[in-house]
Design a protein around this ligand. Structure first.
Ligand SMILES: NC(=O)c1ccc[n+]([C@@H]2O[C@H](COP(=O)([O-])OP(=O)(O)OC[C@H]3O[C@@H](n4cnc5c(N)ncnc54)[C@H](OP(=O)(O)O)[C@@H]3O)[C@@H](O)[C@H]2O)c1
Length: 238
């Protein structure tokens, strides 16, 4: 059996992907802060899931938590980083910006580096992170969210380049969803909203194919091209 960890498996995309992985012969370490949700997921397949409850913004405890989880799993082939937070913040409330930075940047970086270093020692492994199409441009109502996703996109590219230069067999996959029907999808004017199951199935296929960058669902590639092509003078007025 292959061994995976999903950071942020208590709900949404992480939970959806955990279910797909266990159907496909993976043992899965599931994490998040809401322990009761991890226990409910484990109860569905007690032999396939292993729980570790922690907050990724508390970087001092992550090393110990992940080491223990890997030893329960008996190894690690795949780590999926799905934990994330983001809120509309029109008043620029600093506590919202800080929470976003602590989770999507500090916690993200700690876990991504931990996985990379683990895979480097092992000489192989697959790191997958759920960034967002939001990382392609700034956003006046959620500035820290979009900026944190831009950081993630660039960070993953950096790790991919590092793996390639060192000739390591480490795959780095950047998943960029549009809208997915979870608690994270906030704000007006949502469209092409994918179900968690559809998004998770597409993410699983991208993992199997060892893709580098993937838009979920696929047609969000069109929006990505459009977003990147809008001149700043126009974008600033949207
Ligand atoms: N839904 C969308 O439309 C959409 C679009 C683009 C990208 N994304 C990205 O997809 C990823 C998953 O989000 P989702 O849509 O599945 O929403 P979700 O259901 O709200 O899931 C978010 C996950 O992140 C975990 N999390 C949040 N803060 C955490 C922390 N401090 N420590 C540990 N875990 C934490 C949550 O677990 P606990 O609360 O139990 O800790 C939960 O498992 C996020 O990175 C999000 O930015 C979502």
């Amino acid at each position: 059996m292959k061994k995976a960890i999903i950071i942020g498996a208590t709900s949404g995309i992480g939970e959806g992907l955990a279910k797909i992985l266990t159907k496909n012969n993976y043992k899965v370490g599931i994490t998040g802060r809401r322990t009761e949700l991890l226990e409910a997921l484990k109860a569905q397949k007690p032999n396939d899931y292993f729980i570790s409850s922690f907050d990724i913004s508390n970087t001092q405890i992550i090393d110990e938590k992940l080491k223990t989880l890997v030893s329960k799993l008996g190894g690690l082939d795949l780590l999926v980083l799905s934990s994330g937070t983001g809120d509309l913040n029109e008043t620029l409330d600093f506590s919202i910006e800080k929470r976003t930075i602590d989770t999507n940047i500090l916690g993200f970086t700690y876990v991504a580096d931990w996985a990379f270093n683990y895979f480097e020692k092992q000489q192989s492994g697959h790191l997958v992170a759920i960034s967002s199409i939001a990382g392609l441009r700034g956003n006046g109502v959620a500035p820290s969210y979009n900026a944190s996703k831009a950081y993630q996109i660039n960070y993953l590219e950096g790790l991919r380049q590092k793996a390639s230069k060192l000739k390591l067999k480490i795959i780095v996959t950047d998943i960029r969803p549009g809208f997915v029907d979870t608690a994270m999808a906030k704000g007006e004017g949502q469209f092409w909203v994918a179900s968690v199951n559809k998004a998770s199935e597409q993410i699983f296929k991208a993992i199997q194919k060892k893709k580098k960058v993937v838009y979920v669902t696929k047609r969000w590639l069109i929006i990505s091209l459009l977003l990147k092509s809008i001149p700043r003078i126009v974008y600033d007025r949207l």
